[in-house]
Design a protein around this ligand. Sequence first.
Ligand SMILES: *Cc1c(COP(=O)(O)O)cnc(C)c1O
Length: 429
Amino acid sequence: MRFVSTRGQAPVTGLGDAILRGLAPDGGLYVPQTFPRLDPRGMDPQASLPDVATWLLRPYFDGDPLADHLDAICHEALNFDVPLCALPWPGTRLLELFHGPTAAFKDVGARFLAACLRRLRKRDDPPLTILVATSGDTGAAVAAAFHRVPGIRVVVLYPDGRVSPRQAHQLGCFGDNVRAFRVDGSFDDCQRMVKSALVDAALQERVPLGSANSISLGRLLPQMSYYARAALRCHAGDGVAPGFIVPTGNLGNALACAWVREMGLPVGPIHLACNANRTLPDFLHGETYAPRASLATLANAMDVGAPSNIERLRWMADDSSLRERFSAHSVDDAAIRDTIATMAREHHMTVCPHTATALRALQRLRENGAQGPWVAVATAHAAKFDTVVEPLVGEPVPLPPSLQRLLQRPAHAEPLPASDAALRKVLCE
Ligand SMILES: *Cc1c(COP(=O)(O)O)cnc(C)c1O
């Protein structure tokens, strides 16, 4: 399989090169030249996640040096459970993506990217610095995935005081080849600093840099695997393609679901659950696409006003067909709070603020008469957002063991001014 840029001005390339580059040289995002079609009958619906991933991703790896390693990459990266659980309403399920080391779905993409990059590097390559700006979950997943990987160091930037206390602890607890910086500024400042370093050729001469942000194909492709497995299982059980409701920020997770549908697997309607950042709901309801500044909400990992994967979505189809194929709903903080409290009170389920947006959107769909089976996606463990969730459910949320281990380690983050020059200085130390 060859990959092209959404802007159409970059040479076609293979998967390994596209993963190493991150962004295409014309500033666009890499997409597959065509979507391979798979016959769902070719896969056992009860197969394990790594086996489904190997089957699903094989066509994208074909012809690339990484192809020989696909099976090993899938088994190394996807080594935790992704259960499909019952929800208390008929025909509805919850796909739990938060059983990885840092308790959010970002572990899937970060671990797969790390497994690819360690195989793409040659023995005498100079050390590579992975630079990542995070609003909370990405940085920890990337740090965990690359922790102690030889030849790679990680520099994480996060906005000081704007991530949850447990997220901050996670970011600072790795040490070794991981440095965490708390930036005196916003997430947008962190992202701007990272982008400016990544395009600085003179800096890259001295310090080779790599990116692990949500536009990386190495993160997007593996996210397809849990949708494929859930779709096959539901379809085998119900005989109907399930719809998916995906908590959405930068649109990487929902796009992975859409790509699985393009491949001919049984995925029904795709519904984007957004927080008060309404860019995507407004666009899909018919307004001209208009990126805006992000608003701070309780579902902070979805505080995105200019979703970075929008170019990939709009590359798939024209705006009016997108409006037929996708729907979206915006859930404000009051509704997030209410959903968390109601789920605990009536159903004894504790959910994180992001997952709450999906459950609220599910409720709306059902009130509006949407038929058929639905899968809501749970993107993080509630214990990561204890300061929001615990007051609403009225009791402590037990920590999953992986998170507990991280929180027991000492944590340290270095202060950094929100300037490009300050970042350059620490990178060159
Ligand atoms: C990153 C994240 C999201 C948003 O995912 P996108 O791929 O950016 O749309 C939702 N929930 C949680 C918990 C996240 O960490």
